[in-house]
Every structure is written in C-alpha cells, then in structure tokens.
Design a protein around this ligand. Sequence first.
Ligand SMILES: C[S@@+](CC[C@H](N)C(=O)[O-])C[C@H]1O[C@@H](n2cnc3c(N)ncnc32)[C@H](O)[C@@H]1O
Length: 303
Amino acid sequence: MQLVLASPKAISPGSQQLRSPLMGIAGTVLGAVRTLVKSVSPALYGAVSYRRNEGREHWIAATLIRRYGDRVQSGPFKGMHLTTRSVSAGWSPKLLGCYEEEVQPLLERVLYREYHQIVNIGAAEGYYAVGLALRIPDAEVWAFDSQPRAQETCSELAYLNGVANRLRVHGHCTAEALRAILAERALVVCDCEGAELDLLDPGLVPALVDCDMLVETHEFLHPGVSAVVGSRFARTHSIAWVQSCPRDPSRYGALRLLRAKDRVLAVDEHRPAAQSWALLLSMAWIEPEPTRQVGRAGLGDSR
Ligand SMILES: C[S@@+](CC[C@H](N)C(=O)[O-])C[C@H]1O[C@@H](n2cnc3c(N)ncnc32)[C@H](O)[C@@H]1O
C-alpha cells in the first residue's frame, strides 16, 4: 500500500481513517522523544518548550498589557512596572504576580528584616532586584548577571521604577567578586543556573555566614546540590525549603480574556524539572518578630 501525504482540504473520509493510526503512531513517537529529551537534558527541553511557544507568549503578553497595563497585578511586587524590552519565560506570570508563587511566603519573611545590602546573583531582567529595592527602601542592591542584555534590561527596569540610584548592575559573579562586596547582614538572592554550587560556599566567601540567602537550587544541573548547600549552612542558618508545583490557571481571574490553551501558557514558567528554593536565615541575627513596618513605597499601594 502506498501512502500519499494529502493537504488537509484533500483528505477524504477514507484517508481520515488512514491518518488516525498514523497520527497515533507519530504522537506516540513524539511523546517518547519528548520524555527522552526531558530526562537526558531538562535544560534543552525547557528551552525548546519555550521557543516553540515564544510567538504565542508575546501575543499573550501584549494582550495582558493592553488590558491591565505594565504593572504587576498582585503578590509581593504588586504595582511594580515591568519593561516590555524582553518578554522571556515567566513574563506573563510576573505581570500576574504569580511568578515563583511557591517562594512568596519565604519572600514575605525577609521583607520584615533590616537589610542595607541586597545581592542578587542571576538578576536577569531585574524582577527580584528591582522588586526588592522597592520593598526594602533602606537597601542598596547589587544585581549580577552574566548576560549584557539582562544587564541592560535590569538597568532599564530600575529607571522605570525610580530605584536606579540604589541599584548597581554588574556582570558575571564569582566567589572573588562576592568576597569583595558582601557586607555584614546582607540578603543574597541567588538563581544562577547551578552556579550556587560554586558561589554559596562559606569556605570561599566567609561573610555568607552572617547573611540571609534565598536560593533556587538546580538539581537537574548538579544532582545533590540542594543537600550540599544545606549542609554547608546547617550549623549557621535556619533553613526552610519549598518545591515548585504546577499552576492552575483557573485561579487567576485576570486570564478570563484568554482562550483555555493560552491561559495554561500564561502561567507556565517553562521549568525543565521540579525545582527547590531555600530560605537560609543567619542564626547570628534571627529576630523574634517583625521589627518594622514593611514598605511598599513607590508601588502605588499602601497596606
Ligand atoms: C533563570 S535566570 C534568573 C531569573 C530570575 N531569577 C528572574 O526571576 O527573573 C538565571 C540567570 O543567571 C545568570 N547567571 C548564571 N550564572 C551567573 C553568574 N555566575 N553570575 C551572574 N549571573 C549568572 C544567567 O545569565 C541568567 O540570566
């Protein structure tokens, strides 16, 4: 039997019957390839999954901005302007305020602590660096990212939100750079594609012992990294872990204007694998309870 590939218009009821088993086989093979790539290289899988939907992500972002404007809708950084210079994975969740929602309870805990320095390693377009500068108005923020485009976008976001005078953008972060700049009792926010293994080491950067840290660990890049980081600070910090979990788009009323498939994409952070975050609070200065009113200056919202 010879199979002829037909255009959709030319498909007759008979050829539909032929197509279905073929499509079933193709679907199974594709599914198996996806599973294989995901297990062999979760990072590649995440990148491909994002690229496949990139055009749609831009359309969704544009639709949400037209309807709601460029300010974060909810969560710890509610009211912060976002820049449309780069629509990357997680842009729509950032606008909705559900980006890395698992981390928000940990973030709320650090907002009650007094920091004069915040060091963000892997700042990307500055969501955390600028958000934290807005929420912790006494702090100077050091935002590190290896990529020039991320550095430019982060600077732009800082200007857009009026915190450029307190935020310095730097390039690639090394243990040496951290040793040189880290002050006592700083907050370190670290999401840098596995470099946490090399950077969050009190043997190399002793000042970390007195700092709080919010870190995303990348087990799919360095299996065991969570345990290693945890053990390095087990004696000096109190440590709380959270795990990434799936999003339910029906929880976000703002997405009602999108089709069901787009709602799923709008909350997708394109995680290549389940991930964990840890909040490490230095025992050198654990305080019993909130010490000050938490600021939302510049965020257009008084709590
Ligand atoms: C997943 S992104 C961070 C996303 C960010 N947490 C956010 O929420 O927008 C990781 C970033 O880490 C940066 N990076 C990786 N290693 C780094 C290092 N040693 N120093 C500075 N940036 C680094 C990459 O360039 C990338 O932009």
